[in-house]
Write a protein that binds this ligand. Structure first.
Ligand code: NDP
Ligand code: HSE
Length: 444
C-alpha cells in the first residue's frame, strides 16, 4: 500500500492510489473509460489521483483499444504486484476470482467488486480477510447496478431496524415479464426476442432460473438483517414456468406478474426472530409501485421501523450504470486511504437463523378449470380447509359445461398451500390447474 500522503497536500500532489483492474468487458471497459475521462474530478473527490496501473483480461490480443503496456492475461501476478493498492474485480464467477481477491485482501489491498455470485457464497471469508489486514471490501455494483442500495443498507440505515427488503433485482427477467404482459406472448418466444435484442445473455440460465436474483437476495438479507445469508439459504424459482395464462389470469384481476426477491425479518409468537429470503414469481396489484417498473429497470422497496417505507429505483445493469457504482466505491476506498480510515466491516452480529420456505407465510392465487355442477366448489373449498388454509376470495366464470374458478387465499405456511394445490389437482372435478402463483403487495 502506498504511504498515506500528508493531509495538507493538494489532491494532484499526493501519491496516487494505484488500481489493478481484473476484467475489462461490459462493465470494466466503462470503468476504464470513466477513470481516464474524469481523472481530474476523481482525484479532487478522492483526495489523490486514481491511477490504473494494470488490466488483466483473458485475451489481451482482443483489446486493441487498451494501452498495451497495461494489459496482462495473468491476473494473479497483477494482484501480487507491489505497486498495486486497490484491486477492482470485474471478471465474475467464483473460481479463480475467489483466490485472487483473498490474496489481495490478505496483502492489505482493498477490493472493489461487482461479483454477486462470489459474495453470495463467500462474503464471510472475504470479510475475515479484510478484517485481518484492515483492507476495505466494497461491492455496491453487485446488487441493482447503478442504484445506491447497499451503502444505504450498510450505512444510512445502520441505526434503524429493517424488517423487509422486496424488489425487482434482475433486469433480464423483468424485461421478459414486462414484454409478456404487454404483448400476451408466451415465455419461450419472449425470451427469444430478448436474446435477439441483446437483453438476455447467450446463456440466460442464471437470470431466468433465478440464480442471479437469489445471489442478490442473499447479499441484501445479510446486510439488512446483520446475519449471514448465503445463496443456498434463498428459496429460488425462476420464470421459465410462467405462462401467458398466468399473465392473463393476473390481468383479469388487476394484477401483473414480477420476479421478486423478498427478504423478511420474521418474529414468531414466542418472540424468536428469523430471516426468510426467497426469489419467485408473484402476482402484485397493478397499483403497486413495483408493478410500474418496466423493461430492464430494477426497483427495491425497503421497510424499516423508524424510516418507514423507502423505494430505490434505477438502472440495474449495463456497462456505464454499473461502472458508476464501481467508481463510487473506488472513490470511497481512495478517501479511506488518503485519510487513514476504513469502510464498514461485515455486520453479522444478529446471526439470525434462516426460516425454511415451507414455514414462510405466503398467499396463493389458484386458477382452475372445473366441472360446472353442484358440489364442485364445496370439494375445492374442503381441500383448502383440510390443510388449514383460509380462503380470502373466490371468483367463478361459466363457459359451457366448464367453470373457471379463481381462489385467492389468506396467508398460510407455504408448504400447506403447496399440499393443497397438489390435492386439488387430483380431484376428478378439476379439469386443469391453469395457474398457481403467490400473491404479494395487498392485505392478507
Ligand atoms: P464480461 O463478460 O463482459 O467481462 C468479463 C471480463 O473478464 C472480460 O474482459 C474477460 O476477458 C475477463 N476475464 C474472464 N476470465 C478471465 C481470466 N481468467 N483472467 C483475466 N480476465 C478474465 O462481464 P461483465 O462486465 O458483464 O461483468 C463483470 C462483473 O460485473 C460480473 O461479476 C457481473 O456479474 C457483474 N455485473 C455485471 C453487470 C452488467 O450489466 N454486465 C451488472 C452488475 C454486475 P476478455 O475481455 O479477454 O474476454
Ligand atoms: N444479468 C443481470 C440482470 C445483470 O439482468 O439484471 C445485472 O446484475
Amino acid at each position: 500500500m502506498s504511504p498515506v500522503s500528508p493531509k495538507s497536500l493538494s489532491p494532484a500532489d499526493r501519491a496516487p492510489i494505484r488500481v489493478a483492474m481484473l476484467g475489462c468487458g461490459t462493465v470494466g471497459s466503462e470503468v476504464a473509460r470513466l477513470l481516464t475521462e474524469q481523472a481530474g474530478e476523481l482525484a479532487a473527490r478522492a483526495g489523490a489521483p486514481v491511477e490504473l496501473v494494470g488490466i488483466a483480461v483473458r485475451r489481451p490480443d482482443k483489446h486493441p483499444e487498451l494501452p498495451a503496456e497495461l494489459l496482462t492475461d495473468d491476473a494473479a501476478a497483477l494482484v501480487a504486484r507491489d505497486d498495486v493498492d486497490v484491486v477492482v474485480e470485474l471478471v465474475g464467477g467464483i473460481d479463480p476470482v475467489r483466490s485472487w481477491l483473498l490474496t489481495a485482501l490478505n496483502a492489505g489491498k482493498s477490493v472493489v467488486t461487482a461479483n454477486k455470485a462470489l459474495l453470495a457464497e463467500y462474503s464471510a471469508e472475504l470479510f475475515e480477510a479484510s478484517d485481518a489486514s484492515g483492507a476495505d471490501l466494497y461491492f455496491e455494483a453487485a446488487v441493482a447496478g447503478a442504484i445506491p442500495l447497499l451503502r444505504p443498507l450498510r450505512e444510512s440505515l445502520a441505526g434503524d431496524r429493517i424488517t423487509r427488503v422486496m424488489g425487482i433485482v434482475n433486469g433480464t427477467t423483468n424485461y421478459i415479464l414486462s414484454a409478456m404482459d404487454a404483448t400476451g406472448a408466451g415465455y419461450a418466444e419472449t425470451l427469444d426476442e430478448a436474446s435477439r435484442l441483446g437483453y438476455a445473455e447467450a446463456d440466460p440460465t442464471a437470470d431466468v432460473d433465478g440464480y442471479d436474483a437469489a445471489s442478490k437476495a442473499a447479499i441484501l438479507a445479510s446486510l439488512a438483517f446483520h446475519s449471514r445469508v448465503t445463496a443456498k439459504d434463498v428459496h429460488r424459482e425462476g420464470i421459465a414456468d410462467v405462462t401467458a395464462s398466468d399473465l392473463a389470469a393476473a390481468r383479469t384481476l388487476g394484477r401483473t406478474v414480477k420476479l421478486l426477491a423478498i427478504c423478511e425479518r420474521v418474529t414468531a409468537d414466542d418472540g424468536t426472530e428469523s430471516v426468510s429470503a426467497r426469489v419467485h414469481p408473484v402476482m402484485i396489484p397493478r397499483s403497486h409501485q413495483l408493478a410500474g417498473v418496466g423493461g430492464a429497470f430494477n426497483a427495491v422497496y425497503v421497510e424499516a421501523d423508524a424510516a418507514g417505507e423507502l423505494m430505490f429505483y434505477g438502472q440495474g445493469a449495463g456497462g456505464a450504470p454499473t461502472a458508476s457504482a464501481v467508481l463510487g466505491d473506488l472513490v470511497a476506498v481512495a478517501r479511506n486511504q488518503v485519510l487513514g480510515g476504513r469502510g464498514p466491516r461485515e455486520s453479522a452480529h444478529a446471526a439470525l437463523p434462516v426460516r425454511p420456505m415451507g414455514q414462510t407465510p405466503t398467499r396463493y392465487h389458484v386458477s382452475l378449470d372445473v366441472a360446472d355442477r353442484a358440489g364442485v366448489l364445496a370439494q375445492v373449498a374442503q381441500a383448502f380447509a383440510a390443510h388449514g388454509v383460509s380462503i380470502a376470495a373466490v371468483r367463478q366464470r361459466d363457459a359451457n359445461d366448464t367453470a373457471s374458478l379463481v381462489v385467492v387465499t389468506h396467508l398460510a405456511p407455504d408448504a400447506a398451500l403447496q399440499s393443497t394445490v397438489d390435492e386439488i389437482a387430483k380431484l376428478d372435478v378439476v379439469h386443469d390447474v391453469v395457474s398457481v402463483m403467490r400473491v404479494e403487495g395487498e392485505d392478507a
